[in-house]
Write a protein that binds this ligand. Sequence first.
Ligand code: SF4
Ligand code: SF4
Length: 176
Amino acid sequence: MGTSMGLEPSGGDGCPFRVNDEKYIVENLKTCENALPGSMTADELATIDLIAGTYKRLMKVDCTGCGYCTPCPFGVNIPRCFSLSINYHMGFKHLMNRARYGIELMGEMGRTPGHAALCKNCGKCMKACPQHIMIPEELKKVSKTLGGFRTKMMLPPFRLMFHTLQMARKIKKGNN
Ligand code: SF4
Ligand code: SF4
């Protein structure tokens, strides 16, 4: 086949790759025009199987981020819990995803908490999920991986940085 698909690393929103430019769509359409049944070699098919298998193994939850499960009556930010967990397990910026979970979802820096441990297992979200994900069960795993001691340990320096910045802003404002 030879033509590369127009895939680019994403900005860390849960989707590891995306087609984000018209030129990629044109390129991909051209590829599809020439890609007749049986045109891939055994090696190419084996490579696709390998990649698909690796993704399947690393993707701990099949969440697409569609958001149909929201809002959770107990405030769990379900899509964000899953996107950070997926990125974490895929190996993209391990520490960064742990820190983001702590800062974004655990009520740091004035944010509304939305972490996985807030789940009360009411089951409302599961009825809406087109992927039929056992959301409360999966959230327990997210909480175990990302909501524990190692994440909490990372937060004090961020807190200090946040308060220092706030103080600096106040001082600057007072001097003006
Ligand atoms: S099962 Fe958990 S995450 Fe789902 S709606 Fe109920 S409390 Fe929210
Ligand atoms: S409805 Fe299901 S797939 Fe969509 S964001 Fe919620 S958990 Fe993910």
